[in-house]
Design a protein around this ligand. Structure first.
Ligand code: FMN
Length: 149
């Protein structure tokens, strides 16, 4: 089982990564930090774009954990950009069979903000064929999901 953790936070060992670790426990996984990659925003054609690198890592994985800190009541920009970039180069159902977990936390998140992130991820997963195991916003939820991966 190849497990990939995509960390949308600029903090390698911040709260997002910490919560993802609660999901992953002692599993072997690869951590990719969006901050280390140049991912052009949708429609931007600047040289040095590394979207394909992240996409290929996702394609090589069986379980994908996407982690985002809440920024401005929403999924952070780096992860939103990553999702946006699927539109076009990735076919519907192309990641079929892979499992997806969404780790989402903030300083003072309100339920409707977390629900909006969950809604986005659920629809992203459905479009590209991923099996969405759900959203993790705290340690208790991490424990539940960790048993499913
Ligand atoms: C630009 C920015 C916007 C933020 N907006 C929110 C917000 O709307 N709601 C919230 O609960 N926390 C917000 N935060 C706080 C972070 O979500 C919080 O500190 C989080 O735990 C950081 O995760 P990390 O340690 O993985 O980077 C914001 C932080 C930043 C830097």
């Amino acid at each position: 089982m190849e497990i990939l953790f995509i960390n949308g936070s600029p903090n390698y060992k911040g709260n997002t990564a910490s919560l993802a670790l609660d999901v992953l426990k002692d599993r072997v996984f690869k951590q990719v930090n969006c901050i280390d990659f140049q991912i052009n925003v949708y429609g931007q054609n600047l040289p040095g774009d590394q979207f394909e690198e992240i996409l290929n890592l996702m394609k090589e994985s069986d379980i994908i954990i996407i982690g985002s800190p809440m920024y401005w009541h929403n999924i952070c920009g780096s992860i939103r950009t990553l999702l946006d970039r699927f539109y076009g180069p990735v076919n519907e159902g192309e990641l079929k069979g892979k499992k997806l977990v969404f780790v989402f936390q903030g300083a003072a998140p309100e339920k409707w903000m977390l629900d909006a992130g969950d809604y986005t991820m659920e629809h992203f997963a459905r479009l590209y064929g991923l099996d969405y195991l759900g959203m993790v916003t705290n340690r208790r939820e991490a424990l539940v999901i960790s048993k499913k991966i």
